[in-house]
Ligand binder design. Structure first.
Ligand code: PLP
Length: 415
C-alpha cells in the first residue's frame, strides 16, 4: 500500500487552502499536481545549466545537452523502449498524434482507405484523423460502445478489412475510465490483419499503469508529462525505430537537419529530425524526474492504490445511485476501469455541482464535455461532472466528495 501521508507531504500545493478549506484535488485526468523534486529540477536547470542544446561548444551547452539526452534515455527505460532514439519529445499527446497523422498518415493513406477510432476518443485522437480523411479521401469508421459501456470488440473484427490502414484508440478513457486491454487487442489485430498500423493514446494510462511498450504490440504510443506529475508543455511520441526512419518530419527548421543547401535539405538522424527548433529542455528533465518519482513508489503499487479507491468510490456512488440521486456512467468492474468517475447529480447542472464543490468544500472536479462531445451525445447529456484520482488521494477525500454532493443538493433545496 502507498503511504499517502508521506506522498502528500512531497506536494507543496497541498498546503494551500481553497475558499477556506484544505485543497481536495480530484481533477487529475485534466492535469496532475507536481512534487517538490520536479519543481526543483526545473529551477535547477534554469539556475545552473541553462543553455541551448546541440548548439554551443561550451560547458553549459554540453551540460544542457547531456541532461536532455539523459532524460530521453531514462524515459525510454520508463516505458520499456529498446532505444532512446525511439523517444521523440513533443509538447503533449495532442502534438504527438498530429505528428503521426501528418508524417505517417499523409504518406500512407489513399482515397477509400479506412481509419478506425473508437467512440471513447478524446478530441485529440479524433480530430487529427478526421482531417487526415478529408485530406486523403480516406474514411473514418467508429467502433461503438456496447450497452454496458464497453467497446464492442467482437464488432471490431468485422470492421477490419484490407482497406483499414490504422486503428487509433485510447488506452484508458478520460471520460468513463474504461481500461482497454490493448495488449490482447493489438496482438489479435496484428495476427489477423498485419497490414494495420496501431496507435495507442496513453495520456490516461502512462501516469497510472505499468507500461512496457514492446509488450503492447502497437506501432505508436504517446503520452503527456503534465498528467504524470511532470511539467506542462512536454510529452512523448514513441514509435519503433524502423517506422520513424521512414517518416517525414512534421516541422522543419533549425536543429533537425544534417545538411542544408539553398534549395534543399537533408534531415538529421532520429530523433532530432522530429524535434525542430529549441526543445523544452527543462520540461524533458522535469518529466524524467517525475518518472523516477513514480517508479520509486512503483506503478503497480499506484495501480493497486487507485483500484482500492475505485472500489470504494463505486460503492459510495452506487449507494447514491440506488436512491436516484446520481447517474454514474461507465463500467462497474474496478478491474476494468481507472479511478475516473463521470456522473451527474440529479436535478443539478454539472457546472453548478463543480462550482459549489469548489466554493463550499475546496474540492476541485471537472465539469463539461471533457473534450469528448460525441460521447456526451451518446450518453445523451450536455455535460457531466468528473472526479479523477491519483496516488496522493485518499478514501477520506471520496467521503468528502460524497458529503459535498449532499451539500450541493441542500443548496439546491433538493432535500
Ligand atoms: N488523450 C486523452 C485520453 C486525454 O485524456 C487527453 C487530455 O485530457 C489528451 C489525449 C490530450 O492531452 P494533452 O492536452 O496533454 O495533449
Amino acid at each position: 500500500m502507498l503511504a499517502t501521508d508521506k506522498i502528500r507531504a512531497d506536494f507543496p500545493i497541498f498546503k494551500r487552502q481553497i475558499n477556506g478549506h484544505p485543497l481536495i484535488y480530484l481533477d487529475n485526468a485534466a492535469t496532475s499536481q507536481k512534487p517538490q523534486v520536479v519543481i526543483n529540477a526545473l529551477v535547477d536547470f534554469y539556475q545552473n545549466h541553462n543553455a541551448n542544446v546541440h548548439r554551443g561548444i561550451h560547458t553549459l551547452g554540453d551540460e544542457a545537452t547531456q541532461l536532455y539526452q539523459a532524460a530521453r534515455a531514462n524515459l525510454a527505460r520508463f516505458i520499456g523502449a529498446s532505444d532512446p532514439n525511439e523517444i521523440v519529445f513533443v509538447r503533449n499527446t495532442t502534438e504527438a498524434i498530429n505528428l503521426v497523422a501528418f508524417s505517417w498518415g499523409l504518406a500512407h493513406l489513399k482515397p477509400d482507405d479506412e481509419i478506425i477510432v473508437t467512440e471513447l476518443e478524446h478530441h485529440s485522437n479524433l480530430l487529427p484523423w478526421q482531417r487526415l480523411c478529408r485530406q486523403t479521401g480516406a474514411k473514418l469508421l467508429h467502433l461503438p460502445l456496447d450497452n454496458n459501456g464497453d467497446l464492442a470488440f467482437s464488432y471490431l473484427k468485422s470492421l477490419v478489412g484490407q482497406r483499414v490502414k490504422l486503428v487509433a484508440f485510447s488506452h484508458v478513457s478520460n471520460v468513463l475510465g474504461t481500461i482497454i486491454d490493448i495488449q490482447h487487442l493489438a496482438r489479435d489485430l496484428k495476427h489477423s490483419a498485419p497490414h494495420v498500423c496501431l496507435l495507442a493514446d496513453g495520456a490516461q494510462s502512462t501516469p497510472h499503469l505499468p507500461i512496457h511498450v514492446k509488450d503492447l504490440h502497437v506501432d505508436f504510443f504517446c503520452f503527456s508529462g503534465h498528467k504524470m506529475l511532470g511539467p506542462m508543455g512536454i510529452g512523448v511520441l514513441w514509435a519503433k525505430k524502423a517506422i520513424l526512419e521512414t517518416m517525414e518530419p512534421f516541422l522543419v527548421g533549425g536543429g533537425m537537419i544534417s545538411q542544408v543547401k539553398p534549395d534543399s535539405a537533408e534531415w538529421a538522424d532520429l530523433p532530432d529530425r522530429f524535434e525542430a527548433g529549441t526543445p523544452n529542455v527543462a520540461g524533458a528533465i522535469g518529466l524524467s524526474v517525475a518518472s523516477d518519482y513514480l517508479q520509486q513508489h512503483g506503478l503497480q503499487n499506484i495501480r493497486d492504490h487507485e483500484q482500492d479507491l475505485t472500489t470504494y468510490a463505486l460503492q459510495r456512488f452506487v449507494e447514491m445511485e440506488k436512491q436516484g440521486l446520481v447517474t454514474l456512467y461507465g463500467l462497474r468492474d474496478p478491474n476494468k476501469r481507472a479511478a475516473i468517475f463521470t456522473f451527474n447529480l440529479t436535478g443539478v447542472h454539472a457546472h453548478d455541482v463543480a462550482q459549489i464543490l469548489d466554493r463550499e468544500c475546496g474540492i476541485a472536479v471537472r465539469s463539461g464535455h471533457h473534450c469528448n462531445q460525441p460521447l456526451m451525445e451518446k450518453l445523451d447529456v450536455p455535460a457531466t461532472v468528473r472526479a479523477s484520482f491519483y496516488l496522493y488521494n485518499t478514501r477520506d477525500e471520496i467521503d468528502a466528495l460524497i458529503n459535498g454532493l449532499h451539500l450541493v443538493r441542500k443548496v439546491f433545496k433538493l432535500t
